[in-house]
Design a protein around this ligand. Sequence first.
Ligand SMILES: Cc1cc2nc3c(=O)[nH]c(=O)nc-3n(C[C@H](O)[C@H](O)[C@H](O)COP(=O)(O)OP(=O)(O)OC[C@H]3O[C@@H](n4cnc5c(N)ncnc54)[C@H](O)[C@@H]3O)c2cc1C
Length: 374
Amino acid sequence: MAKHPDVAIIGGGIIGLTSAFFLAKEGLSVAVYDRSDLGREASWAGAGIVPPGNPERAATPADKLRGIGSRRFPELSAELRELTSIDNGYRLCGGIDFLEPEDRDVPTVWRTEGIAFERLSLADAQRLEPLGEVGGEPYLLPGCAQVRNPRHLRALIAACERVGVQLHPNTSVEAWDFDANRITSAQLATGARVTAERFLLAAGAWSESLLRPLGHSPHVRPVLGQIALLKGPSCSRVLMLGKRYLVPRADGLTLIGSTEEPEAGFEKRTTAVGIEGLVAFARRTVLALAGATLETSWAGLRPGSPDGLPFIGSVPGWDNAFVACGHFRAGVQLSIGTAQAITDLLTGKPTCVDLATFALDRTPDTAAKSAFRS
Ligand SMILES: Cc1cc2nc3c(=O)[nH]c(=O)nc-3n(C[C@H](O)[C@H](O)[C@H](O)COP(=O)(O)OP(=O)(O)OC[C@H]3O[C@@H](n4cnc5c(N)ncnc54)[C@H](O)[C@@H]3O)c2cc1C
C-alpha cells in the first residue's frame, strides 16, 4: 500500500467492512479504523433478516437498495465462503409477515416489485407453522432470507484481509484536521494522525459527533434494540409481527427481536422487562416455544435517522469526505447496495442508485414507510 491509503474508513461495522471489501476489489488501497473490535456493535447484534426485493422494479431508491441486497446476498455469501472458508449462514428460509391495517399499501409495493408472496388464511399459516396467538393478516414470503451476523462479519473481516485492506481495531478517530474544504488527516485518541486521499465516515450510531465538526447535524442517534435467544423446537420461517420477529436458526436456536428504545441513549444494555417481554411474545406466538429455555440475550445500538433512511454519499462542502451511516433497522439488508453505491461514487462510475434520497442535507420525510421493518 502507498504511504497513505486512497480511502480511510472510520467504522468497521457491516457498512464500513462491506465498503472496504468492494473498494479494495476495485484496486483502491483501503484502511479501516474502529475504536473497538471490528464488527462488534449493531452489525454483530442484529437479527440478520434479509427481506426479498427486486432492484429492477423497485419504486424508490430505498427499495432498490433493499433489492440489491436481496439479489446479491447469495453471490456475496458464496464469494466470502470461497475466499475465507467461512460460511456466513445465509439461508433462504422464507418468512411470514403479519400485516396490520396500517400496512395496507405494502402488498401493492411487493406486487409492483414482482416479489413472490401469497395471502394466507390463519388456518393456512397454522398448517405451515406451529402458531399460537397472532394478530394481523399473514402473508407468505418465500424470498425472505437470513444471515448469521457474527459469521458474516468474521467472513467480511477475513475477506478484507485477503484483498489487502489494512484493518485497525481499537483505534478511535476523535477529530479532523482541515485545509480549506479538504480533510487532511484524522486525529486518533492516541494523538497520532492518519492521512488518506479520502475519508468515509461509517461510524454507525456514533457518526453524529464526527459529522458535526464538518458542519452537519443529521440527527443520527442510537436506538437500543434487545434480543433474546431461545433454545427448543420452533418455527421454520422468519415470522414478522410489527416491529417484533422470530428468526429460527438452523441449529435449534431462535432469535427473538426486538425492542426499540431511543431513550436509552448510548447505554447498551438488556433489561429484565425487555427480555421477559420478548420471551413472552415468542411463547405466545409459537406454541412449540412454550417450553423453550432462554439461552442468552444481548443488545445493540441501531444508528437511527429522522426518517429511518440512511445517509449515503458525499459530505456537502467537502472535497474528500463521504458518509454511509444511519441505516437504522435495515443495515444488513442495505449493506451491499450501500457499499456498491459508495464504490461507484469513489471510482467515478454512475451510482447503482440515485443518492439524492440519501443526501446528508436532505429534508427528512418522516412520513415515508418501508415495505419491511426488520
Ligand atoms: C437488535 C437489532 C436487530 C437488527 N436486525 C436487523 C435485521 O434483521 N436486518 C437488518 O438489515 N438490519 C438489522 N439491524 C440493523 C443493523 O444491524 C444496523 O443498521 C447495521 O448494523 C448498522 O451498521 P453500521 O456498520 O452502520 O454500524 P455498526 O455496526 O454499529 O458499526 C459502526 C462501527 O463504528 C465504530 N466507531 C464508532 N465511533 C468510532 C470512532 N470515533 N472511531 C472509529 N470507529 C468508531 C464502532 O465501534 C462500530 O464498530 C438490527 C439492529 C439491531 C440493534
